[in-house]
Design a protein around this ligand. Structure first.
Ligand SMILES: Nc1ncnc2c1ncn2[C@@H]1O[C@H](COP(=O)(O)OP(=O)(O)OP(=O)(O)O)[C@@H](O)[C@H]1O
Length: 295
């Protein structure tokens, strides 16, 4: 049975009067690759930084492998790869100096793998870090995080500065790493197609909580736009949490299925007695629908 690696209970975090995490509960299981979506300023970085022990919660708790950050053994901390939104590399060092310095803190550091990644992504180890492009700095951070051969990898918008080729190369590396080592990954992104390529679960952070958290395959099998003739049965439908707000246009009602159904769509429609026209919906459409749910 898969074990939870991260367990978050009733996490509250505010900056002055701005509450960013609002009694957030979440659990990430071993081996999952989770894509974390959320609008700008939804609190994704705050959540990831809190998991990494870089932000102190006001209330609630976050446990990694069953330990709060301050109780977590050093040996376990060394198995976490983290890439922040802004590079943390020492700009005045050469790439090789920086990596030689950093590797001392990680007993599981894989030097050969590190060198392979540098070569593959054409980052010269003789280059001074301040002279690297924004994308190269981001790749260097990723090289560092992957070279630990981490059990848990936390990536805050890791591909934001990368061109489509590099994004693909990076994503392929993550998949390979995860398959080989069973690494658990959480990565925040605004690029739904990237998430779809890599993740097996999707989470949406909204209003300070994880409002949606699903197996990607189950979700994709269910999401669809529906339209059907108005009937008194729509009252019953309205209470079903799997759909978005019902909208009426003349004699027709429309809605979307936004959460995995426990049964095939036609059986679900038959259960509610509706004869619906069903239009497929892709993940990007789904995200736009749930992101604007209460707008
Ligand atoms: N150190 C801080 N002090 C004050 N406010 C902060 C601080 N860090 C973040 N915030 C605020 O908290 C909110 C959430 O920010 P956060 O960076 O966590 O969001 P995000 O979802 O990662 O955003 P984006 O997708 O734009 O990167 C924002 O309104 C931001 O201005």
């Amino acid at each position: 049975m898969t074990q939870p690696i991260i367990t978050i209970e009733k996490a509250i975090k505010s900056y002055n009067s701005l509450r960013v995490l609002d009694k957030l509960n979440w659990q990430v299981n071993e081996g999952d690759i989770v894509g974390l979506l959320g609008k700008n300023a939804a609190g994704k970085s705050t959540l990831l930084e809190s998991i990494m022990g870089l932000r102190e919660l006001e209330q609630g708790e976050i446990k990694l492998w069953g330990y709060q950050w301050h109780e977590l053994p050093q040996s376990q901390k060394q198995k976490i790869g983290y890439v922040a939104q802004t590079s943390s590399a020492f700009e005045w060092m050469k790439v090789s100096q920086y990596l030689n310095y950093i590797c001392q803190f990680f007993p599981s550091w894989d030097k050969a793998y590190c060198e392979t990644l540098l070569k593959r992504w054409r980052i010269s180890d003789d280059q001074v870090i301040s002279k690297l492009s924004g994308g190269q700095k981001q790749m260097l951070d990723v090289v560092q995080a992957l070279s630990i051969r981490p059990e848990l990898l936390i990536l805050d918008e890791p591909v934001a500065h990368l061109d489509p080729n590099m994004r693909r190369a990076f994503l392929k590396e993550v998949i390979d790493l995860c398959c080989e080592h069973g690494t658990t990954v959480i990565f925040s992104t605004h690029i739904v197609s990237d998430l779809e390529r890599v993740a097996n679960r999707v989470a949406v952070l909204q209003f300070g909580v994880i409002r949606h958290y699903y197996e990607l395959d189950e979700l994709k099998a269910s999401i669809a736009k529906l339209s059907f003739a108005n009937s008194e049965k729509t009252n019953l439908l309205e209470k079903d949490a799997s759909i978005s707000k019902l909208q009426q246009f003349g004699d027709t009602t429309t809605t979307s299925i936004i959460a995995p159904l426990k049964k095939p769509i036609d059986e679900w429609c038959a259960f509610y007695g509706i004869d619906a026209t069903i239009q497929p919906m892709n993940l990007e459409d789904w995200y736009l629908e749930v992101a604007n749910e209460f707008v």
